[in-house]
Design a protein around this ligand. Structure first.
Ligand code: ZN
Length: 403
């Protein structure tokens, strides 16, 4: 019996990627041992016998600033037309008190309780809004007291060229410490893909920012824009720092075209982030992973003026991705879970791009989720209560409740 050398010891669980039951030892916020652990090595011992240990879940694309989560039910007011959803949001924001720090806190609490240890949130930036969204989300993050790592992206929801003044505000957000800069349909929204991408990539280069571009543009136009983004990423040496969200055009392309573009995406080190929402085309997860391209997953909007759905539970979202991808085999369903864990961490720059490793390995940040399931695929399908959520070695939720 030596002196305690580790702060937390999860005993008797089944870490994803291990064939046999094995313990996980944590010290200083990092996993220091996986498998057999000597008796008496940890200060705090938690018996998780028979339970599955997963990496912390990662929501790589949500919109915390817009949420109405936790408040009174708001009947969805917009029609199905994109232009009407945008107009409705612009009109009703102030009426509904968006952004609302309490609502954002409620949502973050639900997300962490459901195992999200890392989150990327786009935050609307527009002349009529300034940086109010950034301020509100930051206040809510402060209330969570380090229970999740939340990365913000300054997002031009209403365009950059079509909303003059936005580029300057995006820059102000980056100067203010926001980690990422967003873009949206360089052709479809702004009608000038070259100038739009010039602005986004110039900001990224000058401020060392991550890039995450919403790309709903479909067909050959969307594929061309995706290839433009890959080319810029490659030329500017931004490997591992650029994501394209939705990429509906890739989901619409032929299998041969998907394979061709997937290789370019992998070579450039770009992440494709999908939310698998409604009946929109889903990125070809299996083909992208086979090519070595990174895939991440997120909710997109949760309970906001863009749609009434969303729970904040990333196992729920992984199930949607698996279902929409027609994944039935365990190893296929695990690809959706990988997107909701490791793939998301890569998208946020928290892990190296293209690195192949066990889902839970020595040296990883101690972000973990413990559930009652016999296999990762079962966890995705049944979405059991999160018995334990660990962030940087600290237990932050138990039994689906913040602790
Ligand atoms: Zn979005």
């Amino acid at each position: 019996m030596g002196e305690p050398t580790s702060s937390l010891w999860l005993r008797g669980g089944r870490p994803w990627g291990l064939d046999e039951p094995g313990d996980v030892l944590i010290d200083g916020g990092v996993i220091t041992a996986v498998g057999d652990v000597d008796e008496g090595a940890a200060a705090d011992v938690v018996d998780v016998t028979g339970r599955l240990i997963l990496p912390g879940l990662v929501d790589a694309h949500c919109h915390l600033d817009k949420t109405l989560y936790g408040g009174p039910w708001v009947p969805h007011p917009a029609s199905d037309a994109l232009a009407d959803r945008i107009a409705t949001e612009r009109r009703m924001r102030s009426e509904l008190g968006i952004p609302d720090v309490d609502r954002i806190t409620d949502l973050l609490t639900a997300m962490v309780s459901a195992g999200a240890t890392t989150i990327r949130s786009h935050v609307d930036i527009a002349p009529e809004l300034g940086l109010t969204g950034v301020e509100a989300v930051r206040e809510a993050i402060g209330r969570l007291d380090g229970r999740a790592d939340v990365q913000l992206v300054a997002f031009p929801q209403y365009g950059i060229l079509s909303a003059p003044g936005t580029a300057e505000l995006l820059e102000s957000a980056l100067v203010d410490g926001v980690e990422g800069v967003g873009g949206i349909d360089p052709a479809g929204m702004d009608g000038d893909p070259i100038r739009h991408l010039d602005i986004v990539f110039d900001l990224a280069e000058r401020h060392g920012a991550m890039v995450d571009i919403h790309l709903h543009d479909g067909g050959s136009l969307g594929v061309w824009e995706l290839e433009l983004i890959c080319e810029r990423t490659r030329v500017l040496g931004l490997h591992g720092r650029v994501a394209v969200s939705h990429a509906y055009a890739l989901g619409q392309a032929t299998p041969a075209e998907q394979d061709r573009v997937a290789e370019r995406i992998a070579e450039a080190g770009v992440t494709i982030t999908t939310a698998a929402v409604y009946d929109f085309p889903v990125a070809p997860v299996k083909r992208l992973r086979a090519a070595g391209a990174n895939v991440a997953c997120g909710h997109d909007g949760i309970r906001d003026l863009w749609g009434p759905y969303g729970t904040g539970d990333m196992l729920d979202r992984a199930m949607h991705l698996a279902y929409r991808s027609t994944f039935r085999r365990d190893d296929d369903i695990e690809l959706a879970l990988e997107a909701a864990t490791h793939g998301g961490a890569v998208a946020l720059g928290r892990r190296p791009y293209g690195e192949a490793r066990a889902p839970i390995a020595v040296g990883d940040p101690a972000d973990l989720v413990v559930v009652r399931a016999s296999a990762p695929a079962e966890a995705v399908v049944t979405r059991p209560t999160r018995d334990l959520v660990v962030k940087s070695g600290r237990v932050v939720a138990r039994g689906g409740v913040l602790s």
